[in-house]
Design a protein around this ligand. Structure first.
Ligand code: NAD
Length: 494
């Protein structure tokens, strides 16, 4: 048993926290640590440290900031094994999957290494006689991030490298379910030469979140999590005058057209539905089978779902680990039961799965539900577990209509061999991130990540160019240098 402390002003500290929450190992069901839960006064201490650090960091040169980012990137590479083990032990995902999120998060650091280019302003010459205009962007000050359990390193990395590289100081409130990766990240930043107070971690629950949302010295809040909390964070944060970007939940559909390679589509749907035990905001939770694709697709998915090897994340032969908590396991079991009660066909039933030697782990096997309709709870709710629901339709237009009627709009995919169908799909579907024969179309770090509708509250996607815009504000300068001012003229021969 260990205690996960906060990281404030360059050092681990309990500050004034006395409340704690358990951190489980989902593969064994055992409590392995306690995480401190911050009080409002602890958040105040972290924000004061960040505000003090901003005085120097906000004035630091681009070269200095980029140098730290390059060093931090190298340390993330060097510590990949250790980080992956920490993530797997607290989240439950298999080690290779944990490595995947480290790599995708590191790509944001690589983008931040090139921040000098992203921060270039523009210049307009002679907009009027002797008058020029240029613009540039400056950091906001202290900014904060509040993150979910399902990507304990990647989602925070969507935020802090860009915030810090653009000259802000940062307070992170990671998920209390798997807080330890953020502690190590803080140590790596310190080793990379980041001055004390620029990156701080405050662990906690709603008390810490509310303290962040209300704090007058925090200029902006980035949030990723479920839609109800995203809405709450957006409302409360903007009410206190902050910029807020708030990414919410999802129900991602993959459409399989009759002209698709069904074996290929089924392979990808299986991995995208059951990888990380379905606990990804870009997981495929609905397969929309069009026309004659349906029977073959369901048969192939059944075979593949039965082949998924479930077990502890630290065994490299496993495809899928446990879900994060006992409550999550019960929620998945209830969702499959409600699908069956409301008329879905349970083709593969993961409810009864036990893993030898890990009987107390939070395991649940892959479930495949066929003949699901859009009225069923198993369709309407974000289950956030290894459950794939198949909705059958007759045409691509019907498939698009199903997706567009869903309140979420995070990711979607189409499997087809027709360029024309793919083009129609991407133009008509009301979703932010779209894959063509790609099941989990998470944009690269130099684009921005964000859904539509209830998957993104407010109007700011995360990382990439939108991230730079979010963490900075622009100044536009209009300058006149009259030609009578001889000292400023370019010397000429006459
Ligand atoms: P969550 O909303 O329960 O928690 C997210 C954060 O909010 C955590 O730091 C948590 O401590 C805090 N929080 C929880 N309840 C709160 C409350 N009542 N008041 C104030 N703060 C509160 O989400 P989760 O279960 O950790 O993560 C899973 C959810 O996140 C899913 O809905 C998933 O789709 C979503 N998600 C979305 C994206 C995206 O990019 N859109 C990415 C990852 C996860």
């Amino acid at each position: 048993m260990y205690t996960v402390e906060h990281w404030i002003n360059g050092a681990a500290t309990p500050a004034g926290s006395t409340r704690t929450a358990p951190v489980f190992n989902p593969a064994t069901g055992q409590e392995q640590a306690r995480v401190l839960l911050a009080e409002t006064s602890d958040v105040d201490i972290a924000v004061a440290a960040a505000a003090k650090a901003f005085e120097a960091w906000g004035e630091s040169s681009l070269s200095q900031r980029v140098k730290v980012m390059f060093a931090f990137r190298e340390l993330l590479v060097a510590h990949e094994d250790e980080l992956a083990r920490i993530i797997s032990s607290e989240h439950g995902k298999v080690i290779d999957d944990a490595r995947g999120e480290i790599v995708r998060g590191r790509e944001v650091v690589e983008y931040a290494c090139g921040i000098a280019d992203a921060l270039k302003g523009s210049f307009s010459d002679q907009v009027s006689r002797d008058v020029d205009v240029h613009n540039f962007r400056q950091p906001l000050g202290v900014v904060a991030g509040i993150t979910p359990f399902n990507f304990p390193i990647m989602v925070p990395l969507w935020m802090h490298p860009i915030a810090i590289a653009t000259g802000n100081t940062f307070v992170l409130k990671p998920s209390e379910r798997d807080p330890s990766a953020s502690r190590l990240v803080a140590e790596l930043y310190a080793k990379a030469g980041l001055p004390d107070g620029v990156f701080n971690v405050v662990n906690g629950d709603k008390v810490a979140v509310d303290a962040i949302l209300d704090h007058p010295d925090i200029a902006a809040v980035s949030f990723v999590g479920s839609t109800p909390i995203a809405r709450y964070v957006h409302e409360r944060g903007t009410a206190s005058g902050k910029r807020v970007q708030a990414l919410g939940g999802a129900k991602n559909h993959a459409v399989v057209l009759p002209d698709a390679d069904i074996e290929y589509a089924a392979n990808h749907l299986t991995a995208a539905a059951f990888g990380s035990a379905g606990q990804r905001c870009m997981a495929i939770s609905v397969g929309v089978a069009v026309g004659t694709a349906a029977d073959k697709l369901v048969k192939t998915l059944e075979r593949k779902a039965n082949e998924v090897k479930v077990g502890p994340g630290d065994d490299a032969t496993n495809d899928m680990g446990p879900v994060v908590t006992e409550a999550a396991r019960e929620r998945v079991i209830k969702a499959v039961a409600s699908g069956a009660d409301q008329g879905a066909t349970v083709v593969v039933d993961g409810r009864g799965l036990t893993v030898d030697g890990h009987e107390n782990g939070f395991f649940v096997g892959p479930s495949l539900l066929d003949n699901v309709t859009t009225e069923m709870d198993a369709y309407r709710e974000e289950i956030f577990g290894p459950v794939l629901a198949i909705v059958r339709v007759d045409t691509i237009d019907e498939a698009i209509a199903v997706i567009n009627a869903n309140p979420y709009g995070n990711g979607t995919a189409v499997f087809t061999s027709s360029g024309e169908a793919a083009r129609k799909f991407q133009r008509e579907v009301k979703v932010g991130m779209i894959g063509v024969n790609v099941p989990i179309p998470v944009p690269m770090s130099y684009y921005s990540f964000g859904g539509w509708k209830d998957s993104l509250i407010g109007d700011s996607p995360i990382h990439g160019p939108e991230g730079v815009r979010f963490y900075t504000r622009a100044k536009v300068v209009t300058t006149r240098w009259p030609h009578t001012e001889a000292a400023f003229n370019f010397p000429t021969s006459n």
